[in-house]
Design a protein around this ligand. Sequence first.
Ligand code: FE
Length: 212
Amino acid sequence: MISGIRIARESDEARCSELLGILFSQEHEFTADAAVQSRAISMIIRNPELGRIFVGEIDGVVQGMVLLLFTISTVLGRKVALLEDMVVAPAWRGKGLGTLLINHAEDFARSEGFGRITLLTDRDNDIAQQFYRAQGFSPSEMVVFRKLLDDKTTLNNSASSTWMCRECGYLYDPAEGDPESRIKEGTPFGEVSSQWSCPVCFAPKADFDPFS
Ligand code: FE
């Protein structure tokens, strides 16, 4: 029985990360990395000004999630949201949980004064597209462009080079690595995942500069 939709708590991090793993194994552009996903989930849960994660429980177990990330539209002159990571555990699809989640996210966005929700889905995922159309979304004529910003990793990659976080001054020392993010001792900065972020302030890897 669907017991309801609620905002995710820190205790939901592991389950949300699992659900993201299911989603990314289906999407063409992404690969699953549990540590990376947990970090992202944790970043949102601990920084509610950035967005909200909504989870749907069935018999007390989280079986679906969706998240809204907050930004601003200069066209609308108001807050808008990006809807991301809509996923329902495979065994519970087609039972209305996805609709409940997306309706809940939309109600939240309306009540908080947001003017628009934007989402991306795979071009060839007809089922997802039908679902979003049924929820009142329509395709945009815009084309998505992306650029990954991790090219600094090639600049200074000697095994002992330390790198400093521009935001908070945290120093990444290869001798220590970052055990909490499963980066082993002796890992040069250049070999740290581009998805890694500062363990202190969560600034992305791209915000680090060579220090020594
Ligand atoms: Fe930092």
